[in-house]
Design a protein around this ligand. Structure first.
Ligand SMILES: *Cc1c(COP(=O)(O)O)cnc(C)c1O
Length: 420
C-alpha cells in the first residue's frame, strides 16, 4: 500500500484534542527546521544565498520566527504581511516585497521598512518615486512571455500571466532606474507553480542568468541578486517522486558556472521565495469523522470543511488522508470525505479508497502546511480553526487560537445588533 507517514500518532492527537478541539492545524517544528537546513545546504555554494519565505503561504508569526532562526527572510505582498514580518523582527533587506497592483499604502510601508522592493511593472518606477523614493537597491520582475517548456512539456503559460516586465521593458527599466541613482539590481521571475521536477529551477536560472548578463552588458547595471522565487512543488500524492533539493541546487550551480562566472558576475547572490516547498509537508489539518451517510455514495462527514482547507474544492487538489490508528488497515472502502458547507464541492476526497472509518476517528490530512490555513474563509459562518505547533521536545504549543463567534461578528462592532 502506497502511503505517507503522519508526523503525529493517534495517541498524540487524542491527547491534543483534550485541550484543543478538532479541527485544528498541526505543524511539525522538526520537519520545518530540517527542510530549511536542506535548502541552505543545497545552495551553500552561493555566498549570499537567502530564502525569503513566501509569507502568504503560511502567515503565522511563530512559524516565521522559526524560519528566521534558520536564516530565512520574509517575502511579502501586502500591507498586513509587511506588518507581520516587521513584528517578528525581520529588518530591512530581510524583507522582500514582491507585490503586484500595489496600493499606495503598501508601497509606502515597504519603503519605510527599507524592504527590498521588487517592481512588477515599468510604470511602478514612476509610482514608487511619487509615493516614496527610489532606493539604491531595487529588483524587477521579469516575464519572458510565451510558454515555459521543460523537455517538450508545457509547464506553465507566462505569456498569459499578469506579472512582470517584458524583456524590452527590463532594459528600459534598468536604464531609467540607473539614471535615478539605483546602484544594485535584482531580477525576479516566477514562471511555473508546484513543479515536481528537479529541472524547473535550473532552467529558470539559465534563462534569468542569460538575461542578467545581457542587462549588465546593455546598461552597465550591477546585478546584485537573482531571485528564483517560488514554484518548487511537493509530492502531494504518495506515488509521486519527491523533488531532490540537492539536485536542484546543483543544477542551478551548473548554470551559474556556465553563464554568470564567464560574464564576470560570480558575486551574484541567489535568492528564493519558496512557500509550498518549505512548509506544506510539515503541516496537517486534523479533523474528526462526525457522521457517516449511505445514499448513492458512501460519505464520511468531518468537522472540518473547505473553509479550513480550500485547495480540494478550488483546484480539485489531492491531499493524502491517513485515518489515525488504522495506518496498516486495508483500504477497502470507497468514500467521499466531506465537510459541512452548503456547497457540493466541499469534498476533501472523492471516491477515495480508505480503511473502514468509524465516527470519532481522527483523519490526518497531509501536506496542508502551506496554502492551507492561509486560504481559509468564513463562508457559511464557519470559523477558522486553531493552529498548533508540535515542538521539537514533543510538547504542543498553540500558535493561533480558534476563532469564536465574537471574531466573526467583530466587523459589526459599530452596530447596535452586537453591542455588548
Ligand atoms: C506565491 C508566491 C511565492 C511562493 O510560491 P510557492 O508555490 O508557495 O513556492 C513566491 N513568490 C511570489 C511572488 C508568490 O506570489
Amino acid at each position: 500500500m502506497a502511503g505517507k507517514i503522519p508526523f503525529a500518532t493517534k495517541e498524540m492527537i487524542e491527547k491534543i484534542a483534550e485541550t484543543y478541539p478538532t479541527p485544528f492545524y498541526l505543524y511539525d517544528e522538526k520537519g520545518i527546521r530540517e527542510t530549511a537546513r536542506k535548502v541552505y545546504k543545497a545552495f551553500s555554494w552561493n555566498k549570499g544565498f537567502k530564502e525569503y519565505f513566501a509569507v502568504k503561504a503560511t502567515p503565522n508569526p511563530y512559524l516565521l520566527k522559526i524560519l528566521k532562526e534558520e536564516g530565512c527572510g520574509a517575502d511579502c505582498s501586502s500591507y498586513t504581511e509587511l506588518l507581520m514580518s516587521d513584528a517578528v523582527g525581520f529588518k530591512g533587506d530581510e524583507i522582500m516585497f514582491s507585490s503586484n497592483e500595489t496600493p499606495v499604502e503598501d508601497m509606502q510601508l515597504a519603503s519605510k521598512l527599507n524592504a527590498t522592493i521588487n517592481l512588477d511593472d515599468i510604470t511602478h518606477i514612476e509610482f514608487l518615486e511619487k509615493v516614496a523614493y527610489i532606493p539604491e537597491t531595487i529588483s524587477c520582475r521579469f516575464n519572458p512571455g510565451g510558454h515555459f517548456i521543460l523537455e517538450n512539456n508545457i509547464m506553465d503559460n507566462p505569456g498569459d500571466a499578469k506579472y512582470g516586465l517584458t524583456r524590452a521593458q527590463m532594459t528600459k527599466a534598468f536604464k531609467t532606474l540607473k539614471a535615478k541613482g539605483v546602484k544594485h539590481f535584482g531580477i525576479h521571475a516566477f514562471l511555473a507553480s508546484n513543479t515536481v521536477t528537479n529541472d524547473y529551477y535550473p532552467e529558470l536560472a539559465r534563462q534569468l542568468f542569460t538575461v542578467a548578463a545581457e542587462l549588465k552588458a546593455e546598461t552597465g547595471a550591477h546585478i546584485n541578486f537573482i531571485n528564483l522565487s517560488g514554484g518548487i512543488g511537493i509530492a502531494y500524492k504518495p506515488e509521486q517522486s519527491e523533488n531532490d533539493i540537492m539536485a536542484i541546487g546543483e543544477g542551478v550551480r551548473k548554470a551559474f558556472e556556465e553563464i554568470l562566472v564567464p560574464a564576470g558576475m560570480e558575486d551574484v547572490k541567489i535568492f528564493t521565495e519558496l512557500g509550498r516547498y518549505m512548509l506544506a509537508p510539515s503541516g496537517a489539518l486534523v479533523t474528526q469523522a462526525i457522521h457517516e451517510k449511505h445514499t448513492y455514495k458512501e460519505y464520511i462527514g468531518v468537522d472540518a470543511c473547505a473553509a479550513n482547507l480550500m485547495r480540494p474544492a478550488l483546484y480539485g487538489s489531492y491531499h493524502h488522508i491517513t485515518v489515525l490508528g488504522k495506518e496498516n488497515a486495508t483500504c477497502d472502502h470507497k468514500y467521499d470525505v466531506v465537510g459541512g458547507l452548503c456547497e457540493n464541492n466541499d469534498k476533501f476526497a472523492i471516491d477515495r479508497m480508505l480503511p473502514a472509518i468509524d465516527k470519532g476517528d481522527y483523519l490526518f490530512m497531509h501536506d496542508a502546511g502551506a496554502h492551507g490555513y492561509a486560504m481559509g474563509y468564513n463562508y457559511n459562518g464557519k470559523l477558522r480553526s486553531a493552529e498548533l505547533l508540535l515542538q521539537e521536545d514533543g510538547s504542543v504549543k498553540m500558535i493561533r487560537r480558534a476563532e469564536t463567534p465574537s471574531d466573526y461578528f467583530a466587523t459589526f462592532d459599530f452596530s447596535e445588533f452586537f453591542k455588548k
